[in-house]
Design a protein around this ligand. Structure first.
Ligand code: ADP
Ligand code: MG
Length: 255
């Protein structure tokens, strides 16, 4: 029987690159409406795990079920069509296009075969209102006519999120959305994620920074060297000795 509360269920997921076990048998369950953090030191396997869920990597082994349906190994566009939208650690907005056109392009790609032909037809009043609504959801409506490449990094990330939301996903996946942001921009971003959570969006977030993850997540899963070493509430995870050791180990390596 499919538990309707469970949105994503991952079992025994592995990705081996030759002899390197980047992800080595990870289980994870995500419920509807939850914000789950995938955390761990650099090289733990977070991005690799994320890329398998999004269809960018084929798992070596294991299953990924979305609403009960197995999706492992499907190509990224098929996974996106099933309702998983993502952002990238390095933003992939179209920098020469305006903010507004970036979103119109997202709608167009959703609907039509070729980007340019559909973009020409996309400047309808209804589409523009639609764009405005998504930009408001991420608080960048005032920048609709600005070239995306002229936005600050934090606002580019917001634009990426707006584009992901335009796909009306059942799951929004964010890879280190606060990486490289100033302290103020990070705080603003945390506020934005709280707003998205409050509107019912289910989120999986890759985050290296424990403080940011604690501020954002209902639950966390901690990876180290490709395996899960802990999971639970931010409070439980922060006080877990294996987690403390993994992060301390990283700090020592970095010295
Ligand atoms: N495409 C790849 N080919 C070979 N090794 C990879 C590839 N992607 C990641 N790795 C390795 O897998 C491990 C986990 O990387 P990654 O998932 O990026 O970790 P994280 O996101 O937690 O920092 C690292 O040792 C990394 O070098
Ligand atoms: Mg990473």
């Amino acid at each position: 029987m499919v538990d309707s509360e469970v949105l994503l269920e991952v079992r025994g997921l592995k990705k081996h690159f030759g002899g390197l076990k980047a992800v080595d048998g990870v289980d994870l369950t995500l419920k509807r409406g939850e914000t789950l953090g995938l955390i761990g030191p650099n090289g733990a396997g977070k991005t690799t795990f994320f890329n398998m869920v999004c269809g960018f990597y084929t798992p070596t082994e294991g299953t990924i079920r979305l609403k009960g349906e197995e999706i492992q190994g499907l190509p990224a566009h098929a996974v996106a069509r099933k309702g998983i939208a993502r952002t990238f650690q390095i933003t992939k907005v179209f920098k020469d296009m305006t903010v507004q056109d970036n979103l119109l392009a997202a709608f167009a790609l959703k609907q039509a075969p070729t980007l340019l032909s559909s973009l020409r037809r996309s400047h309808t009043r209804q589409n523009l209102e639609h764009v405005q609504a998504y930009l408001e959801r991420v608080d960048i409506a005032a920048f609709a006519k600005v070239k995306a490449g002229d936005l600050s990094l934090g606002y580019m990330r917001r634009l990426e999120i707006a584009r992901a939301l335009a796909l009306e996903p059942v799951l929004l996946m964010l890879d280190e959305p606060c990486a490289g942001l100033s302290k103020d921009a990070t705080l603003d971003f945390i506020e934005l994620v709280h707003k998205l959570r409050a509107s019912g969006t289910t989120i999986m977030l890759v985050e290296h920074n424990m403080a940011v993850a604690t501020a954002l997540c209902d639950r966390m899963t901690v990876l180290s060297y490709g395996v899960k070493i802990a999971e639970g509430t931010p409070q439980q995870v922060q006080n877990n000795q294996a987690v403390i050791d993994a992060y301390l180990g990283e700090a020592e390596e970095g010295e």
